[in-house]
Ligand binder design. Structure first.
Ligand code: NI
Length: 173
């Protein structure tokens, strides 16, 4: 993949990660180009999901691919959760904006989401398992929420200082 197509991913605790995204007004060439670059960035970073918020674009758009073969790209534009199962489970999550950190977050086991796809067509997605978790995680990003905010303030503090230190060291080298 051409490096110039890759987007920079904001790293926690960058305050821009707490921006609430506005709806995508139209699925036009600009949005299609953004989708392409977001997929390239997500696959390059070996992620399973990426929200526009993470690349400093504050519009309600996420790209996801939870498949083993990395061949089931899914685009959610202006997603809204229509239903979330009351049954929840705690599972380990990570995030491209919080590199190297994994911790348990409780999520609904299944969700039903209404969204536009990459061509702007309305879709209803019924998801469970990893896809359901990923959709909830990415939709949190659009609300300015990073998964570490579900953890204790003690853990959040530790993660913040660890990442700030790592970023400082990366800048020096
Ligand atoms: Ni994330």
């Amino acid at each position: 993949m051409n490096q110039s197509t890759l987007l920079d991913i904001l790293r926690y605790p960058d305050p821009r990660l707490h921006t609430v995204a506005r709806p995508v007004a139209a699925v036009d060439d600009r949005i299609r180009g953004l989708i392409e670059r977001m997929f390239a960035t997500m696959y390059d970073a070996s992620g399973i999901g990426l929200a526009a918020t993470q690349v400093d674009v504050h519009e309600r758009l996420v790209v996801i691919d939870v498949s083993e073969e990395r061949n089931q790209p899914m685009v959610l534009i202006n997603p809204e959760i229509e239903w979330a199962s009351p049954e929840k489970r705690k599972g380990e999550e990570g995030c491209l904006s919080v590199p190297g950190i994994y911790d348990g977050v409780e999520r609904s086991l299944a969700v039903r989401v209404r969204a536009l796809d990459g061509e702007g067509h309305p879709r209803v997605i019924e998801a469970e398992g990893m896809l359901a978790v990923c959709i909830q995680h990415e939709m949190d990003h659009l609300m300015g929420k990073v998964f570490v905010e579900y953890l204790s303030s003690l853990k959040q503090g530790r993660i913040k200082s660890k990442l700030v230190k790592a970023q400082r060291e990366a800048m020096r080298s």
